[in-house]
Design a protein around this ligand. Structure first.
Ligand SMILES: *Cc1c(COP(=O)(O)O)cnc(C)c1O
Length: 337
């Protein structure tokens, strides 16, 4: 029986076309800037995100870290959401390695950061305080897509407050597909953008950070410092290029499957789906404690893997088809029968 892995969209296997692209990649030493495939990927992402330049990194965590190190100096701070990846899920990297202070604030229900709250968190110019330099947003955040009107407001707000604006866009293509816009419409509002190739796009490894030419030069230095200067990285970059050319539009299927899953589970009275719906490619269930453990184990016996932190998170991706969704719903139904 096929294992249906809904823990994350990071679990995908490279497709046949992607492996072929990898085999035929033209590579060189990227630290000398001689890897044509890495160079093409960087140019491609810079252009897609409406930025001057981009740099390829092994992971999204490193990409965000390098962005923070490039925007902020020691003793400066970034404002960020309490549950944001760049605050909570990256081992405190900016503080550990950059002496950069995070200033977390609560997210609103729609994954935005309220600009009045952000405004109150900005420190006055006074030697008691760290210098507030940067605002960090996440799109999608727990599957939620930031509204376009909010992005415009944030852009204006940051200009007025003299803050830089970084986007952790690990799943930015899911946001673009949900909004039915090209990704540049979202990213043009930010000074820097980090995207993941290894989430829903289905590449085995890799993230790309984009921004102004000067910013990316600085980011390249920091990438080397933190050990991310890769050599024949073109084999990995080829997968990224393939993903961007062939596996963006299909994210619609993931969203449709997530919706199918949310609808199916909502029809089971013991199951509470958050807001009765999917958020892009994710469905969250209100279930915790021993019940969560029991259900997770039951599903595992039926070759269905699920995850989440203190609730159940179900994520659709490249390797999940709509018939798999039906099998998952049937398994839940049997459990509660
Ligand atoms: C996955 C993810 C990242 C980066 O994670 P890596 O596993 O280091 O590639 C960053 N931000 C968000 C929101 C993510 O989901």
């Amino acid at each position: 029986m096929k294992t249906i892995d809904l823990r994350s969209d990071t679990v995908t296997q490279p497709t046949a076309g992607m492996l072929e692209a990898m085999l035929s990649a033209d590579v060189g030493d990227d630290v000398y800037r001689e890897d044509e495939t890495v160079n093409s990927l960087e140019d491609k992402v810079a252009s897609m995100t409406a930025k001057e330049a981009a740099v390829f990194l092994p992971t999204g965590t490193q990409s965000n870290l390098v962005a923070l190190l490039s925007h902020c100096q020691r003793g400066e701070e970034y404002i960020v959401g309490q549950q944001a990846h760049t605050f909570k899920y990256e081992g405190g990297g900016a503080a550990v390695l950059g002496s950069i202070q995070p200033q977390p604030i609560e997210f609103e229900e729609d994954a935005t950061l309220d600009l009045v709250r952000v405004s109150k968190a900005i420190k006055p110019d006074d030697s008691h305080f760290a210098k507030t330099r940067l605002l960090c947003l996440e799109n999608t955040h727990f599957g939620k897509v930031l509204p376009m009107s909010y992005l415009v407001n944030v852009r204006e707000f940051c200009a007025e407050k003299n803050l830089k604006l970084h986007l952790d866009g690990a799943r930015i293509f899911n946001a673009a597909i949900s909004l039915n816009v090209t990704v540049d419409k979202i990213t043009k509002n930010f000074d820097s953008v980090s995207i993941c190739l290894s989430k829903g796009l289905g590449a085995p490894v890799g993230s790309v950070l984009s921004g102004s030419k000067d910013f990316i030069e600085e980011a390249r230095r920091w990438r080397k410092v933190v050990g991310g200067g890769m050599r024949q990285g073109g084999y990995m970059a080829a997968c990224g290029i393939y993903a961007l050319d062939n596996q963006v539009d299909r994210l619609q299927l993931d969203h449709a499957n997530a919706e199918r899953l949310a609808q199916g589970l909502t029809s089971i009275k013991q199951v509470t789906v958050q807001k009765n719906r999917a958020f892009s490619n994710m469905v969250f269930l209100k279930i915790s404690g021993p019940e969560l453990v029991k259900l997770t184990q039951y599903l595992a016996k039926r070759s269905i893997k699920v995850g989440g932190y203190g609730e159940m998170r179900l994520v659709t991706h490249l390797d999940v088809e709509s018939i798999d969704i039906d099998r998952v719903v049937a398994a839940f139904r049997d459990y509660y029968r």
